[in-house]
Design a protein around this ligand. Structure first.
Ligand code: SF4
Length: 708
């Protein structure tokens, strides 16, 4: 007997970790705790859950770290004291009003998260852009998906993932680059594994400087030098052109820019590219032959391409491979960015980044600004893009930004060059932290702490990596005085004196968002909570009158969202912008996730079972590099860069390329000390277009730690 049969009250929801968006059934036990099982009827996971999803209940049942009441202090030297919601929000509104009046609307900012629900994103966006009058709303999605967003917009005209998960079983060639989905998107990868097991002729190419679990089913692993993705993709483009393995009809009728691209990729021989990338020329040619012979070709990528100072160029160079081969807008084919967070896509739908507007409208388009402005009925929407994630902390440091409101994210572990971010929060005049847990490092800098409801304690919607919108039920009441994030924002807006935030419930917020999508490419006018509850999930667009479960695939008519309706093949420059290794810092550091932890561990860190996989931070280093440095397995090593130091145990592994070292991104003060924090050493250098940081490349020195 399953748990849902055993107990009377069960609710459908969606896993709150990664962007795969697995469906779960949450069972409310009689004692007020919950149990979680995979939803067998959900199209994404059909009942399966990964190690993180299957342990979701522990994060909700354990309330030992929960924030229960609003707290506040009137100056930095005072201790925080419990106050009422009205006191906390009244004072926050007074401080925000003072700063706005004195220094202008750009003196305040909100820093949110790809884990916020769409409704929460919507009200935040409306508040700052429509009423406060600045665009200073950014989220930690800036740290993971903004290069992919920019790439899609430049190549396809809009931030639109063309593909659906069902394309996996229809494809025969996968090019997985800068991603380790076996660990980071496990349930999605199980589908690829099952497809390959049933169809051994399916080809899988993995591109990664490390031999990861994803490589275990690869036909070909290109273990490239970090940062050489554009060189590799251009070389593959060249070979495809030379071999005649391109779709000339698609290029002639549905794309622009091919001739310039061809000229660019022929600027380097394949042998030269192979030398730069550190892979064998014959392997490059083999990869190109797999792609060239594909009937269905899916390119899959995530942070290895996005988190780079040339992240947009990397994205464009990859999108080009789908475009020149015509593998887009048809079954089993397309570019497929794997979203890191559960609702990064939903956030973008409502315009939840500092350079976006609602429903994929453009901030720099006066018509779009006017449409949204009229709809909201607030003030003038500024055309000036707001501060991005790292820029907000720079602006706190130099005094341009006076107040920051941080919700649902832990920037002091997740931002690059974390010590600088720490300095910035120390200098901030006013810090509001809206959180579920009493653990994040940001709390020690807060002037106001607002306790928020957690997953399963509020209702709302999220959108996964394949544009699939799902409704999340409220199962439990939040503890003590904690409130849903959307309600906190709306109450604050009312304290600021703004009209249009008196929503009766989350459904009403959703309906307002739906109305703003009328006539846009993400039109969801056929949707409301009732439809979502009845259908389970749907994929956008979902126009009024549509039946079924929405739009599985985009661009099936080969009409793109660019002015010419053609896709753009960009001659993306092959440039190097990262920090160069030097005699002082001779190794290249790359960072990433491990299988059983999520982000900065504020949730997964509470689950003992998940610590069994890997229980502490480590530095992965090639045995030959370690040997030269006199480092043995489990030795404590000091990793230094120009920005700071990390002290962790060494893990010797031939799975990493020589000259490259790896640190997991999860550890910080929440579980341990800030000496474990990878972002002490990472670089806050940004991609000039996407403003995404260069997490995957910085110069470091590694030495055996000697006690002083
Ligand atoms: Fe949750 Fe992602 Fe695991 Fe699915 S694959 S259960 S969404 S963490």
């Amino acid at each position: 007997m399953s748990a849902s049969e055993r107990l009377s009250e069960s609710f459908t929801s969606t896993c709150c970790y990664c962007g795969v968006g697995c469906g779960v059934v949450v069972i409310k036990e009689k004692n007020g705790t919950v149990a979680v099982e995979g939803n067998k009827d959900h199209p994404v996971n059909k009942g399966m859950l990964c190690s993180k999803g299957i342990n979701l209940q522990y994060t909700v049942n354990d309330k030992s770290d929960r924030l229960l009441y609003p707290q506040m202090r009137y100056n930095k030297s005072m201790p925080l004291q419990r106050v009422s919601w009205d006191e906390a929000l009244q004072r926050t509104a007074a401080v925000f009003k003072t700063f706005i009046q004195k220094y202008g609307p750009e003196s305040v900012a909100f820093y949110a998260s790809g884990q916020c629900l769409t409704e929460e994103y919507y009200v935040l966006n409306k508040l700052i852009k429509g009423f406060i009058g600045s665009n200073n709303l950014d989220t930690n999605s800036r740290l993971c998906m903004s290069s992919a967003v920019a790439g899609y917009k430049m190549a396809l005209g809009e931030d639109s993932v063309p593909i659906c998960y069902d394309d996996i079983e229809l494809a025969d060639t996968f090019y997985v680059t800068g991603a380790n989905p076996a660990w980071c998107h496990p349930i999605l990868w199980r589908r690829v594994e099952a497809h390959k097991a049933a169809n051994p002729q399916v080809k899988i190419i993995v591109v990664d400087p490390r031999v990861t679990d994803t490589c275990s089913i690869a036909d070909l692993h290109l273990q490239l030098n970090p940062g050489t993705d554009v060189t590799l993709n251009h070389a593959l483009g060249r070979i495809l052109i030379e071999n005649g393995d391109i779709d000339l009809d698609f290029i002639q009728h549905h794309a622009e820019g091919f001739e310039k691209y061809k000229e660019l990729v022929f600027g380097k021989t394949v042998a030269e590219a192979a030398e730069i990338c550190g892979v064998r020329e014959e392997d490059m040619r083999l990869a190109a032959s797999y792609i060239g012979n594909a009937k269905g070709f899916i390119s899959m990528w995530t942070m290895g391409l996005n988190q780079s100072s040339v992240g947009v160029n990397k994205n464009l160079s990859l999108l080009n491979l789908n475009l020149i081969t015509g593998h887009i807008g048809k079954p089993g084919s397309g570019p497929f960015s794997l979203t890191g967070q559960p609702n990064a896509m939903g956030g973008r739908e409502v315009g939840g980044l500092s350079n976006l507007l609602s429903a994929h409208r453009n901030l720099n388009n006066p018509v779009h600004r006017e449409e949204v402005q009229k709809f909201w009925g607030g003030g003038i929407i500024s055309e000036k893009p707001g501060l991005t994630a790292t820029e907000m902390f720079e602006a706190l440091n130099d005094g341009r930004l006076k107040a920051i409101w941080i919700l649902c994210t832990n920037p002091l572990t997740s931002l690059p060059n974390a010590r600088l971010a720490e300095k910035a929060l120390k200098k901030a005049k006013f810090v509001v932290v809206q959180e579920i847990s009493d653990k994040p490092e940001t709390l020690q800098y807060a002037d106001v702490i607002l306790p928020a409801a957690a997953w399963a304690e509020k209702e709302g919607t999220m959108t996964n990596s394949e544009r699939r919108i799902s409704y999340l039920n409220k199962v439990l009441d939040p503890p003590a005085e904690a409130l849903p994030d959307a309600e906190i924002i709306c109450r604050f807006a009312q304290h600021m004196g703004y009209k249009g935030f008196d929503f009766a419930n989350a459904a009403a917020i959703y309906q307002e968002h739906v109305q703003l999508t009328v006539g846009t490419n993400i039109d969801i006018t056929g949707l409301n909570y009732e439809v979502l509850k009845e259908k389970g999930t749907v994929q956008w667009p979902y126009k009024l009158g549509v039946t079924g479960n929405g739009t599985h695939r985009l661009f099936t008519d080969k009409k793109f969202y660019t002015p010419s309706a053609k896709a753009i093949i960009h001659a993306a420059p092959d440039e190097f912008r990262s920090e160069k290794p030097s005699p002082d810092f001779p190794l290249i550091l790359t960072t990433g996730r491990i299988r059983d932890q999520w982000h900065t561990m504020s949730k997964t860190g509470k689950v003992n079972k998940l610590k069994k996989h890997i229980g502490q931070a480590f530095l992965e280093i090639h045995p030959l590099d370690a040997d030269v440095l006199g480092i043995k397995e489990e030795d404590i090593v000091l990793v230094s860069s120009q920005r700071g130091e990390v002290r962790v145990k060494a893990k010797l592994s031939a799975a990493i390329k020589q000259g490259v070292v790896f640190l997991p991104m999860h550890w910080g003060k929440i579980l341990g000390s800030d000496l474990n924090r990878a972002n002490n050493v990472t670089n806050d250098l940004l991609d000039p277009i996407s403003k995404e940081p260069d997490f995957k490349y910085c110069a470091v020195r590694v030495e055996k730690y000697k006690k002083p």
